[in-house]
Write a protein that binds this ligand. Structure first.
Ligand SMILES: Cc1cc2nc3c(=O)[nH]c(=O)nc-3n(C[C@H](O)[C@H](O)[C@H](O)COP(=O)(O)O)c2cc1C
Length: 398
């Protein structure tokens, strides 16, 4: 579960968090200086208070995995090709029965009111305009039913398995009734190490009551801890193989799993009948020290060859990152932090603009590597980068 969801250090109400988080008012236009999707990362520092920015940018513990996710892209170069006709090309991808206009999805990001007053409603509008899929977090600031009222957006529902399994089933039923097209069960963060960066900056998580989708359910009854601390207590509600099996069996929607890293887990999930997998380490917010998602992608793809749908998230900041992920076997990618940053800077307009920039950056890569459509992007379009002059030198933190 995302760190922001845990009901500890509850010192502020959701409303006060939303107000205090905004430093510069999000604009109705794109501010000058945004030339590429990644520019939203630095720009957001002027729109979010330091603690909220640190919460978004940071990962679990020491940020080892956050940094690994980015560095992994730097190990690959894109290999240019000339004189190829790509003029009949496109960016469409097929994920199971769904055809998407391009392979860039808006991943689940909790409590978006901390970034913009319109929260997930703005993101849904951006998904509609940008022909993207919005994956709504269980821990959204706006209820899944209210988000479903935004016309035109393709929506998937991200599910955190709840301590009371009947609540889990009810969340899925609500997502079905509201027209969501898939359920994405997140498996990689039943507990999280706190972000040292966020704690040092004074970040306090919003109260449990800020999770609009969970507001109508009674709190789980307190029970005495079993066994030792984290293992016996927090982990007793963690999702199990049986949970995934019942979800796949009972859900009328395709069930995806998010947070898969190991090929053995991937194979077993595929055998259970999941619709697809998202190779993810929760943007470095789960197990600090986990490998980069790009590294794990190759292992998972080898275990589950195409056409089994495999997506990737973690560290996507540029169109060239999307290209690299596709070349190493992903069918599509999700963006997490870029979405929060763009939302903070310019609301729905910012998120739609960020998606458009990423898509254009991807198309430039496709044009110059001679790949007319995503299915033509494969490992032959990459070269291992062996020089030390990486263009991915981390920017100084704002
Ligand atoms: C502020 C924040 C909140 C997040 N909330 C959720 C969540 O509610 N559910 C979930 O499955 N993942 C959540 N994630 C993880 C993202 O879905 C995604 O895996 C990760 O951000 C991808 O890495 P990137 O931020 O480098 O793109 C969150 C990430 C961030 C930064």
């Amino acid at each position: 579960m995302d760190a922001s969801s845990r009901p500890r250090s509850l010192t502020r109400s959701d409303a006060s968090l939303a107000t205090s988080a905004v430093r510069r008012e999000p604009g109705a236009t794109i501010p000058p200086g945004i030339h590429c999707a990644e520019d939203y990362e630095a720009a957001a520092a002027s729109y979010l208070d330091a603690a909220t920015y640190a919460h978004v940018a940071g990962g679990a513990a020491h940020d080892v995995t956050v940094e690994a996710n980015r560095r992994a892209f730097a190990t690959w170069a894109l290999w240019p090709r000339v004189l190829r006709d790509v003029t009949a090309g496109h960016t469409r991808v097929q994920l199971g029965a769904q055809v998407l206009a391009h392979p860039i999805l808006l991943g689940p990001v909790a409590f978006q009111r901390a970034f913009h007053p319109e929260a997930e409603l703005a993101t849904a509008r951006a998904a509609a305009v940008g022909d993207s899929v919005m994956v709504l977090s269980t821990l959204s600031s706006v209820s899944l039913e209210a988000v479903a009222q935004v016309p035109g957006a393709t929506r998937w529902f991200q599910l955190y398995v709840q301590p009371q399994r009947e609540v889990t089933a009810d969340l899925v039923a609500r997502a079905v009734a509201a027209g969501y097209r898939a359920v994405v069960v997140t498996l990689d963060a039943p507990v999280q190490a706190a972000s040292h960066r966020a704690l040092r900056a004074g970040y306090a998580a919003p109260p449990a009551s800020a999770a609009a989708n969970l507001a109508s359910y009674p709190s789980p009854a307190a029970t005495a801890p079993r066994g030792c601390g984290i293992l016996g207590d927090a982990m007793r509600h963690a999702p199990t193989w049986d949970d995934v099996r019942s979800l796949v069996r009972d859900s009328p929607l395709p069930v995806w799993t998010k947070g898969v890293a190991h090929p053995d887990d991937a194979r077993r999930l595929a055998d259970l009948g999941v619709a697809g997998l998202i190779v993810s380490n929760h943007g470095g917010r789960g197990l600090d020290g986990a490998p980069a998602t790009l590294t794990m992608l190759s292992h998972v793809r080898r275990a589950l060859p195409k056409p089994f749908p495999v997506l990737l998230d973690g560290g996507i900041r540029r169109g060239s990152d999307v290209f690299t992920a596709l070349a190493l076997g992903a069918d599509a990618v999700l963006v997490g932090r870029l979405q929060a940053y763009a939302l903070a800077v310019a609301g729905a307009l910012g998120v739609a603009h960020m998606v458009r920039l990423l898509r254009e950056e991807l198309e430039v890569c496709m044009a110059l590597t001679g790949c007319p459509d995503p299915s033509a992007i494969d490992a032959d379009a990459l070269l291992a980068r062996d020089d030390a002059t990486s263009p991915f030198t981390p920017r100084p933190r704002p």
